[in-house]
Design a protein around this ligand. Structure first.
Ligand code: 13P
Ligand code: ZN
Length: 269
């Protein structure tokens, strides 16, 4: 069967990088059933032939006007599709959409009419926000990491930057590679516009945000980078939980050492 990826090595590379990350999410136990979703902005890879491709779906309302997305193209995980299936076969478990000129609707153009993720309002809002800010970030990831979600079940951890400092202090890499920390978004209905609005508000200050009792959302230059930040935070959460399960409260890196790290790595916060 003909695919939009045929003879487009750059586009193909990006979609297969999503597939690689989807495999990691499944291996980590973060992607039960259809859990989690990924979108990437592929507009830079779009040629005239793709621009002329007809729609293979009806026009669908996004539920929000996103002015910066006019004429943009995205590869999106399909709703109800499994990460472990996407890992093997990204074009049967996801599709390419085109945002229409009204900036509030889309159509599917390739390869199959796979309906995009139910979290599309949040994903597209994040891409719209990033473009508006002049960011070069192209990837958005939502996933269900066991350890980080468990931590959001403790109301104490929901205070601003409480988890940021706790997770930073478990291992120096976390502060270095997730320098803005972890934003917190109080529980909202999955897939809702409310959740989308709250998410972009937190993106003003963070690249990774927790959706309380649901999952994590991250944005990055590419999908590997978005994954790495969540992976690093999850490693810190595991160190914390391992210490607790050994029966003691982990000491955490001292303020002095943390401040020295901030200077050495030229960190923003
Ligand atoms: P989708 O299958 O619609 O992508 O939903 C998965 C999910 O994690 C919703 O938050
Ligand atoms: Zn989810």
């Amino acid at each position: 069967m003909k695919s939009i990826l045929d003879n487009r090595p750059q586009l193909s590379k990006q979609v297969y990088e999503v597939a690689e990350v989807a495999g990691y999410l499944w291996q980590k136990g973060w992607a039960e059933r259809n859990g989690g979703n990924i979108t990437i902005n592929i507009t830079d890879e779009i040629d005239d032939e793709i621009r002329k491709m007809p729609a293979i779906s009806d026009r669908v309302e996004i539920g929000k006007k996103l002015p910066n997305l006019k004429g943009c193209y995205f590869y999106c995980k399909g709703t109800n599709k499994r990460m472990r299936d996407l890992a093997r076969n990204p074009m049967d478990n996801g599709s390419v959409i085109r945002i229409l000129d009204d900036c509030s609707s889309y159509e599917i153009i390739a390869d199959n009419p796979v309906k995009p993720t139910s979290e599309l309002p949040s994903h597209l809002s994040m891409h719209n926000f990033l473009i508006g800010k002049g960011s070069t970030y192209k990837a958005a990831l939502h996933t269900h990491p066991i350890d980080l979600i468990a931590m959001t079940h403790n109301p104490e951890f929901l205070a601003k930057d409480k988890l940021t400092y706790l997770l930073w202090s478990m291992i120096p890499e976390t502060r270095a590679f997730c320098p803005k920390g972890l934003g917190i978004i109080p529980y909202k209905m999955p897939g809702s516009i409310d959740l989308a609005e709250a998410t972009i508000k937190e993106l003003e200050d963070y690249d990774v945000v927790m959706w309380e009792k649901h999952g994590v959302c991250s944005v990055g230059e590419n999908i590997m980078e978005a994954f790495d930040m969540v992976d690093t935070l999850s490693k810190s959460a595991q160190i914390y939980l391992t210490a607790k399960s050994m029966g003691f409260e982990p000491e955490g890196t001292s303020k002095e050492d943390m401040d020295a790290l901030k200077i050495a790595f030229n960190l923003p916060k």
